[in-house]
Design a protein around this ligand. Structure first.
Ligand SMILES: N[C@@H](CCC(=O)N[C@@H](CS)C(=O)NCC(=O)O)C(=O)O
Length: 309
């Protein structure tokens, strides 16, 4: 009932961020493979609309976005602390990397040599479906940058990381990896999946060594679970993570108000429910689903917007 269930697919960089955190913390997890394009009916039954990857489930608590998932896992295991209090800047580095370095890495890989690696073994119809899905996902949100811009930004990031590591430190801000390391790592891991393009990393040997160190953390131990079993697990459980959060309100909301929450950048699908957590860092709604039962869907505040009514 308390199992850590990760809904993800192998080639997702943000999922790799979480898989590696699970590995670093030595947490056992259940692995639900989700489609990498819409429709994702079983995932959406749990989330109420949120479609991005990955999503973490613990019983009837559903956590969206790796910024929040990382905090939940950090609360679950103190080993390899992701948010050391005396290294608060790690969070800002992570947010920047999740947004800007990720955008640059994806845009850089989205060129013929990258497609060849990414779409290996796939037919034209599947590739077209993927491209259409991502175009639709970005409608009304941020668009993908052109390859030359992406390459320029990637080099700027790599140079900065290289300079930062030049004093011989093993990880970015502490003696062990923090959220900053995991967030900087996953976009570079994605570039590494396209060998013809990954040569760009070779020009920064200090970064390449750090990437090797991060990769060695591994993904911990997981056992497969079907999406049907995950839905059953949610249905059989009661949401547990709604107590003990101090109510912090900027929207004029009371507990129980009907609200909609959605990402502010892309994949903008509102999730509707009754607001049950409104804390400094988190917004959570309770909702009822025919197949998933009574669930609570949790979002980080940063990067999301909420409407009343
Ligand atoms: N801010 C989100 C971003 C997640 C994200 O963009 N994930 C990508 C995959 S790496 C995605 O959702 N792609 C579309 C999809 O999987 O349907 C997070 O940290 O979880």
């Amino acid at each position: 009932m308390n199992d850590i269930i990760l809904h993800h697919y192998a080639s997702s960089p943000f999922a790799e961020k979480i898989r590696l955190i699970l590995g670093a913390k030595g947490l056992a997890w259940r692995s639900v493979e989700i489609p990498w394009i819409m429709p994702k009916p079983d995932l959406v039954a749990l989330t109420g609309g949120y479609r991005r990857t990955p999503v973490l489930q613990i019983g009837a608590d559903i956590y969206c976005d790796t910024a929040l998932i990382a905090r939940v896992l950090d609360a679950r295991s103190a080993s390899v602390p992701l948010f050391p209090a005396n290294r608060a800047a790690a969070v800002s580095v992570a947010e920047l990397a999740d947004r800007d370095l990720f955008a640059a890495a994806v845009a850089y890989v989205f060129q013929p040599a990258g497609f060849a690696a990414l779409f290996q073994g796939m037919g034209k119809a599947q590739i077209d479906a993927f491209m259409d899905d991502r175009k639709a996902m970005r409608a009304g949100g941020s668009s993908r940058m052109a390859v030359p811009e992406a390459l320029g930004q990637l080099h700027a990031w790599l140079q900065r990381i290289s300079d930062h590591l030049a004093d011989g430190r093993r990880f970015l801000v502490a003696d062990s990896p923090t959220i900053a390391d995991f967030s900087v790592y996953h976009p570079l891991w994605f570039v590494g999946r396209a060998p013809a393009l990954a040569t760009v990393l070779g020009r920064y040997p200090g970064v390449a060594d750090w990437v090797t160190r991060m990769a060695a953390i591994g993904q911990g131990s997981s056992t497969p679970m079907t999406s049907g079993e995950a839905l059953e697990t949610a249905r059989a459980a009661r949401p547990a993570d709604v107590e003990g959060h101090v109510w912090v309100d900027y929207h004029g909301c009371q507990p129980g108000d009907e609200v909609e929450i959605e990402p502010a950048d892309y994949g903008i699908v509102p999730v509707r429910g009754r607001l049950v957590v409104s804390s400094a860092q988190r917004l959570s709604v309770a909702r009822s689903d025919e197949r998933a039962g009574e669930v609570v869907v949790h979002f980080p505040r940063v990067g999301y917007r909420m409407r009343k009514g």
